[in-house]
Design a protein. Structure first.
Length: 325
């Protein structure tokens, strides 16, 4: 396993990290015992960063991660989880948001209980584009800072889809932000993080950049995305063409996509979700294998008409407020 620094935190994280969404059933039902075995196997293979959220499976992800980590020396793993977004029921994509000082404080205490930990390494404001950004800056982040002073959390981060929203909050926060988790913006079909000023701007501030959704929320998975995927009809259609092209070449699109995301050394780590040991071990084998440069070029050409296309996310007023960031 290879490791990179997580910004200025002093943490060294595995370039491949364990996304715990599948532990909560985000991509379909999962065998709890198999998922727990995958967590422990990941640690054996050098993965040390695990990212969860109360939102994933209405707390199931955190609970299962906590169970899996019991008995493992604390220095063997780094746990990240989130505040602010919560599922209404297990497996549901419906959610509600709470970035209030009191709500954030209670959320962290509840996460500590579910994870069975004395402290959380990284706590992140989840999908901030859906919240009142003033409240995120003036209540949520200060609440996390207070918990940091109490020793309940070590580092603080923000997550979301629209890059301008993340940059806006980073610039306006009075609380020290250590990390930014960006998803679907460094993939085979979208390299906005690298094509814009964001990577360099954030890196210069000592921010650790966490890349998530290397498969663009299953657009780049062999079986295709779930029905709820928010991509446009055009992007979904071209993604299908790309999947078919890779299949015709006897290639695994997920392998190409994962290798591509892992290759950018400016990204501290790339999160990949795993349901079982087989999925985990397969991806870890890809790390040291050479990328198929010819296939990569063909896939990038197919994606050219929709390159860097994304989808609306969050409150319209936040989109308007953050224009220019």
């Amino acid at each position: 396993m290879k490791y990179r620094p997580l910004g200025n935190t002093g943490l060294s994280v595995s370039i491949l990290s364990f996304g715990c969404g599948p532990l909560g059933g985000v991509y379909g039902q999962v065998d709890a015992d198999e998922a727990k075995k995958a967590v422990r196997r990941a640690i054996d293979l050098g993965v040390n960063f695990f990212d969860s959220s109360p939102f994933y499976g209405a707390f199931k992800s955190e609970e299962r991660l906590g169970e899996a980590l019991k008995g493992i020396p604390r220095e063997k793993f780094i746990v990240a989880t989130k505040i602010g977004r919560y599922a209404k029921e297990y497996g549901s994509q419906a959610s509600h948001f709470d970035f209030s000082f009191a709500g954030v404080t209670q959320s962290v205490l509840d996460s500590l209980s579910r994870l069975q930990l004395d402290y959380i390494d990284l706590i992140q404001c989840h999908d901030i584009e859906y919240g009142d950004l003033k409240q995120v800056v003036e209540e949520a982040l200060p609440a996390l800072e207070a918990l940091r002073q109490q020793g309940k959390v070590r580092f603080i981060g923000i997550t979301g889809l629209p890059l301008p929203v993340l940059s806006y909050v980073l610039d306006h926060a009075k609380t020290k932000i250590d990390t930014i988790l960006s998803y679907t913006h460094y993939t085979l079909c979208n390299t906005s993080l690298a094509d814009s000023h964001y990577i360099d701007k954030w890196s210069q501030k000592g921010i650790g950049i966490i890349n998530a959704a290397a498969l663009s929320m299953a657009l780049l998975a062999p079986g295709g995305p779930p029905d709820w995927h928010p991509a446009s009809v055009e992007l979904k259609a071209i993604s299908q063409k790309v999947r078919d092209h890779c299949k015709s070449k006897g290639a695994n699109i997920a392998k190409l996509a994962t290798q591509f995301s892992l290759s950018n050394e400016k990204l501290a780590t790339t999160l990949v979700g795993f349901k079982n040991c087989h999925e985990l071990e397969e991806v870890i084998e890809w790390i040291d294998q050479p990328i198929d440069e010819g296939l990569l070029k063909e896939v990038q050409e197919l994606f050219h008409p929709v390159k860097n296309q994304t989808w609306p996310s969050g409150a319209a007023e936040n989109t308007k407020l953050c224009q220019g960031y």
